[in-house]
Structure formats: C-alpha cells, structure tokens
Design a protein around this ligand. Sequence first.
Ligand code: GLN
Length: 527
Amino acid sequence: KYIFITGGVVSSLGKGITAASIGLILKTMGFRVGMLKIDPYLNVDPGTMSPYQHGEVFVTKDGAETDLDIGHYERFLNEELDRNSNLTSGQLYAELIEKERRGDYLGKTVQVVPHFTNLIKEKIRNVGKNKDITIVEIGGTVGDIEGLPFIEAIRQLRYEEGKENTLFIHISLVPYIKAVDEIKTKPTQHSVIKLRELGIKPDILICRCERKLGEEEKNKLSIFCDVEKEAVIEEIDVGENIYKIPVLLENQGLSKLIEKYLGIKRLVELNFLKKWNKVISQYENFKNKVTIGIAGKYTIVKDAYKSIKEALLHAGFSEKVKIDIKYIDTEKKNIEKDLKVLDAVIVPGGFGERGIEGKMKVARFAREKKLPLLGICLGMQISLIEMAKSWGLKEANSEEFDPESPFPVIISMPEQKAVKNLGGTMRLGEYTCKISKNTLTYSLYKKTLIRERHRHRYEFNNRFKKFFEKNGCIFSGINPERNLVEIVELKNHPFFILTQFHPEFKSRPLKPHPLFRGLVKMAKKRK
Ligand code: GLN
C-alpha cells in the first residue's frame, strides 16, 4: 500500500517531518514502512547545491548525498535508509536518456507520459518491495512545473493499485492574518483545486497553522476541499521540538483514519508512541539550559546544520537539559564576545575558504579557554591548521585553500587527484574507525570499532603526526584499512574532539550520539 504526500501553497511546511511522523505511527502499529522522497529538481542529487539553496546534504550509510528529509526519516523511524530513499528528476532523466541511447525504446517517441511516468512508478514500486506501506513524499508545491510528471505518476498508481491501496495526504498552509484577526482557508482551497485539476482528490488534509483551527474553519475546509471532516487534521507549530508531531497527529485519530482508508488493522497497540512521548515531552520542563555555539558561514539558513541541531536536541533529552543554540557567524569581525557566553561550541563541516579565519579563531579560543569543542570534518581540519600555526608552523594550511603551502597538514586524498566530476565523487558513506583505549573518545563510545559517515575530499597528512603528538594531540581514532586519521583529541582539555566524519547523521532522539551527549554533558558541567 502507498501513502502519497503532496504540499500546498508554500514550501518549507515541514512535509518531511510530517511524512516521518506518519512513518513512525505506522511502524508503531507494527507495519514494515518504506520511505521515499522525490525531489523534482533537475540536479542528480543535492551534493552539488549550496546550503543556501537547499540546506544540509544528508549522507546515507551507502554514501548517497540526499535531501535533508532523509535525515528526518532516519531519526523518526530509527532506521538506516539507502540511496533508493531519494529520487530526483535529474537521476530519472539521466536513466531515461541512457535507455534511449541504448535503444530500449527503439521505434518509439520517448515521452513524459508514459515513459517517464512509467519509470517513476517502477522506482516507487521498487521501494515498496518487502514493505507493508510505503510513504512517498513529493517535494515542492502542487502546481510546480517540475512536479507535474510525479503528480501524474501517483494519479496513475491509484488507478492501477486501487483505492484501498493508495492514500493521498495533502499538507497545506492555513495562515492566520493578523490585520483581520482571522484564519484563512482560501489558499488551501485553491491548492486542492489545483490538485483536483491534476486528477487527485486528497483523502486527508493536514493543515499547517500558527493558530488552532476552529470548527468553522474545519467545516469550510471539509466542504470546499471535499475531505471528510474528521480527515481535516491540524498541525500547529510546535517550535524546536519537532518530535512532538507524531503524538500531535495521533491525538487527532490519524492511525484510525489510515486504517479506515487503507482497509488495514494495526498489528500492535501504539505502546511505543507512549514511550517516545514520555522521553520527548519532558523537554520543555527541564530547568537547566546550556548554550551551544555552531560556528559556520551558513548561519542565516537554519537548515544548513539540521542534523547537528537535532543531534544536540537528542543529547538534551538524555542529559535532561535544554539546548540553546547560538549561531556564530564566522565572517563577523569580533566574534570573541559571542564566544564568551557559550558553554560549548561546534565547528561544523564546510567547503571553501570563506569564513575559515573566523573558524580558526573559534578553535583557538576553545583550545586556550578550555571551552568544550567538537570539530566536525572541515571543523577538524581547521582546528588542526590552527594548532599547527600556533605551535610554530606559521604557513600551515590545507591543500584545499593553499596547494603551495610548505606545511600541508591537510592534503587531498590520493583518489581525489583524478576526479573530474564534482558530483558524487567525495569519500562518502560509512567507514570503520578503530578507537584507542584510554582516550576520552573511548570513554564516550565504550567500544573500539565504530562505523561513521563521511563526506570529504581532504584528509589529515600523516607526515605531521609526530609533530601534533609532541604538542599534546592524541590520534584516538584511525581507519584501519587505510591508516587515515578519523578522530583527534587534545590532552589537558576537558573536551576537545575532532572528527573527520559526521557523527550528527547517526544520532537518534531516543539514542543520542555518544560524542554529542559527551559534549552536552561537559557543557552542563562547565556551566
Ligand atoms: N572541505 C573539506 C573536505 O572536502 C571538508 C568537508 C566537510 O566538512 N564535509 O575535505
């Protein structure tokens, strides 16, 4: 069975979070759930897009660069997804054209309908194999030109799979207009009109709103959008703690509605959702708060550091402390003042030279003032450059920023030298890392072999290992296959951990990542 999720009126409605929440509810009912995000843009994947355009790039275990919604799916369902969980027009058209060149369509005119839509349906059915229910989220907003073939494909799927096997959920904006003190249903009405024009009548309407909807608004939406009144569901803004959404939806009877429309019965009661709710709903009542900085150049786009932000919140759940995130703009002149209020800081990943001076200042401040620091990927590389400079190698740098540096402490990975295409060619996905005992890292992970996800072209230059060790660094995590440095920590510092990988991708609300938990714990202590 399939649940198709479309969006109305505007983007950024949190469709991914809603899809993930529905996935969690279905999983809790005992079903095997498939998840698929379709992005109608023409890029093959978001790997080549700027965070300003797209927010974070989420990396799966098998090394796909995917949409950040895949991160929500993984976190809510506590499952590891793979490259099949994210489809783009770019990928599909590339495959279609390849087939055409091979002669697969010999004699035919290749068209959007049926050839492109057939390919879309094939991919959707593929994700649905061995699953009871597959949730398919169509990115963008109904009416977008790029989205049309996908809407057409899901329309055909209802026809082919039958009404009892397909469910359409439309997520739309129901704004509150201050000037007249009224909630407006018209934009959603129009979005549903657009959807019906394309042959789809939504079964369930999820209304994103700032204010609670009254009976009058619900009636209006039900009548004008031709949706049963009980199927008009409100999804009011919840603030930072998005993990409240599954319960918010379920409290309005979502699981019963899905049972009714898809003709299914839950296999187990929703006990897990109660457990989930217990952990995440206490958050607002925590008395203590820690202030944690994220020092990067994409501070105006909140989505750029999505997984990091979520990982901190997960650690907050476990450490019973509220997390106040302060974004530190590393392009600003006087950042010292911003750093003084922090209880811990994260220097995240990134690309390119802009903002690295500021990142270096942050790393130095944390090192000298014993502020707990977690440096991730570029954050690790910058921190090491900063240390090398401070310890006498004035011209130390990364080959990314200065290929001529006499002290290249960060170098291009050998396989990267031959790379011509920038898309999908970094060191991507999960690799093993061996942790040395008697290190802070070991005390956090409590095991010697871990797997973490990567996304980078540059690495630490082992030629400088002795130099750093002599000055107080411990290389606490190494990739055993290739002897690559994966984790560095600093002696005589309460918490200074640098990782070449991205730990944030593996954190879960009920199972925070050990490094984030460690950082938050230390922040609490410092405070
Ligand atoms: N730009 C660096 C590299 O490619 C770091 C990448 C990152 O932070 N994800 O190695």
